[in-house]
Ligand binder design. Structure first.
Ligand code: AMP
Length: 149
């Protein structure tokens, strides 16, 4: 949690705040898009991380990205869900964090993304940090500061 010691603010590290990989829903690069859509619908998430078979982080896939791939000239071509794979629709151009980054590093990146993936030096997936977690930290700190005032 955020603590203030002799007027210095100590922010938690990403490692303390992240959701660990074993609790994060993900899909693999080679999965067909219909599998990815099923995972997204069943979990209720709008986007999830994409990993390769060695657990390395590859990108993020969302319901919108999948629907865009199926959009034909006049109608949705749902056969494409079975023909195309996750790597053909995912976004690879997303920022990542390391476990030893601070909550403030995460905050900056979370302005433009609902969650940020955490990877190790070998690009292996360690987990995610979400907007909800950061907002909860700030809310807690705000109320504790108010109590002391
Ligand atoms: P939140 O800030 O909790 O609303 O989470 C933001 C986003 O992070 C969600 O919309 C999902 O895309 C992703 N997310 C959160 N928790 C998980 C999880 N356990 N597994 C996969 N993705 C998640």
């Amino acid at each position: 949690m955020i603590s203030v010691q002799s007027n210095e603010v100590n922010f938690p590290m990403v490692e303390e705040l992240m959701i660990p990989s074993e609790k994060v829903a993900h899909v693999q690069v080679g999965n067909p898009l219909d599998h990815a859509l099923l995972v997204l619908l069943k979990t209720g998430y709008s986007a999830v991380p994409v990993l390769d078979s060695t657990y390395k982080f590859q990108g993020v896939i969302s319901k919108t990205m999948i629907l865009e791939e199926t959009l034909g000239i006049e109608q949705f071509e749902l056969d494409k869900l079975n023909d195309l794979t996750v790597d053909q629709a995912m976004n690879q151009n997303v920022p990542c964090l390391k476990k030893d980054h601070t909550m403030i590093d995460a905050l900056h990146k979370l302005i433009d993304h609902p969650f940020i993936c955490v990877t190790n030096d070998d690009e292996e997936f360690d987990g995610i940090i979400t907007r909800r977690t950061i907002l909860k930290q700030f809310s807690k700190h705000y109320h504790e500061t108010l109590k002391r005032a």
